[in-house]
Design a protein around this ligand. Sequence first.
Ligand code: COA
Ligand code: AMP
Length: 622
Amino acid sequence: MSTYATEHQLARVQADQFWLTQARQLAWHTLPSLGLTTQADGQQRWFADGQLNTAYLAVDAHVDAGRGEQLALIYDSPLAGRVQKFTYNDLLEEVRRCAGLLRQLGVEKGDRVVIYMPMIPQATIAMLACARLGAIHSVVFGGFAANELAVRIDDAQPKVVLAATCGLEVNKIVQYQPLLRSALQLAEHQPEQVVVWERPEQPITEADFVRWQDLLVVAEPADCVVLQATDPLYILYTSGTTGQPKGVVRDHGGHAVALHYSMAALYDTAPGEVFWAASDVGWVVGHSYIVYAPLLRGCTTLMYEGKPVGTPDAGAFWRVVQDHRVKVLFAAPTAFRAIRKTDPDGVLIKDYDLSSLATIFMAGERLDPPTLAWTEQHSQKPVIDHWWQTETGWAITGNPLGLERFPTKAGSSCKPMPGFNVEILDGEGRICAPGVQGYIALQLPLPPGCLTTIWRNQARFESAYLKQFTGFYASGDGGYKDEDGYIFVMGRIDDVINVAGHRLSTGELEAVLGGHEMVAECAVIGVADDLKGQIPLGFAVLKDGVYPDLDDLERALVAKVRNEVGAIACLKQVMIVDRLPKTRSGKILRATMRKMADGEDYQIPSTIEDPAALDEIQQHFR
Ligand code: COA
Ligand code: AMP
């Protein structure tokens, strides 16, 4: 059998042995003897008798192994006009002091800390500092507006909120302090302290926010707390099908083992090499592949505070690869679509030395074949699509370059990684034949690294993922498997949409539109967009007896989403309609509306309540 087949088979039939072997590659405090066990509460956990600390593995262990002078983190910000480099020795010092700062504020094992920050080194340092103490971090993407932040503060109930004075976007400074202020006004839970990193671009203006730099001066460096492998490392909120985001919980032990394994088996990296995930620490890609995995592997990780285009041009990615000798670049296809749009002939690529670059990985949305072909042609590098989710924390399918390289098939994210057993199921849970589309499901148990529960809501964990198909995790994605075992992920089959690699819930956007005093009911669908993959489009039905200026109302609804969810929602249009097309049981025909908007063929469901409602929608698209 090939290396991949052997490893995949071993992880399937002797999972405990396989993963305990992987676990032994890390410097545990107490090595686990147990693989997957069922706890007293019926929940399954990896490595229950192991003890470790993820921050130790990611930082201290490399210093202890004599690699303290190696670069751990490079911060490159064309927006701030700064590059800053940290060796493992430097990073250890920063993380110890930041952990001391938190301890001084009373943060202990199990306490939550919300981190609302832009892409600056302090975000990574803060995450590692929490891990060092056994505190549970919950990073909120800096592009989310006050309401989203407030919802997360109420759910995670942090003792401390860590933030920065501002984020930097092209031609604008995103002021965090007013956003924080209104989030705290909206939230029921109030943290004991709000600590703010004062950036040179914006001073602290709020008197009750504490200056991070001042606390650091007096902080006593803190050492690592010994943790159980099963202790939670972080909560990361992601969009579900309802308005309430789901707090995905990840543990210390399984997470460290899975990510460390992925760095070798999938990304084919070795200690000392430079790994760049061009994402944001607020997303799972940032958690796993900006912060934890590259550091667990002893690589140099790169934090890039910039855009693929406009900072200053479409050569930005290639410039960073050249300047920092990047070996692996990982980004979302939308970033390459943006580069291609601005530099269609790849002229700027030729200005840079890409000899260090071995591979370009893409994820976050389906890698469309034209973007794959363009990137391969112009970069002259292998381009690998891999599929994963916030919930899994690492790739479910991919081309496992460290084990074996499979030929690329456009439109496919390749084969299941060892540990993941992927099946395509029909509505009744029967396995589909090759080539037949269905629900993509993962056979239980899940490998290490995947979510262990939804924060404070085990029932939601079970109902969202485990109830639909007995013995399987339901991914929420649809697609098919071909005769060679390649997986083709075609898109979400629920009400989640993907905007520029960002996952959004149409239910959440509907809750915001529906909150307007004039709106009786509404629907949001994701329609195809050349650059961002999908963008949301809203429809609203007004309450009886209100006759606003429709243009004004549409603008107000767009602004409401921008203010409450954030600019990244990219909801640019809301159509006011007389009624929404529904089935007789009252279900809005979102899938039919989406097909209409995208100009695809559609069938009018036989259960439609009023066909004229669909005609009205159709007229809007003419
Ligand atoms: N903080 C505050 N605002 C933010 C933000 C952040 N971290 N990130 C984005 N925004 C704002 C932008 O400034 C923009 O505001 P505007 O409407 O006032 O112009 C809005 O949100 C939309 O941003 P974005 O989706 O980034 O669109 P764009 O047109 O500025 O850029 C791309 C398009 C393709 C270049 C960009 O979406 C991109 O780089 N995507 C990659 C996504 C990614 O890394 N995903 C992670 C998954 S791997
Ligand atoms: P998130 O949890 O934000 O990472 O979003 C996960 C969702 O993004 C998945 O459920 C998919 O719908 C989509 N996705 C991520 N990577 C891919 C990929 N390589 N191919 C197709 N869809 C993807």
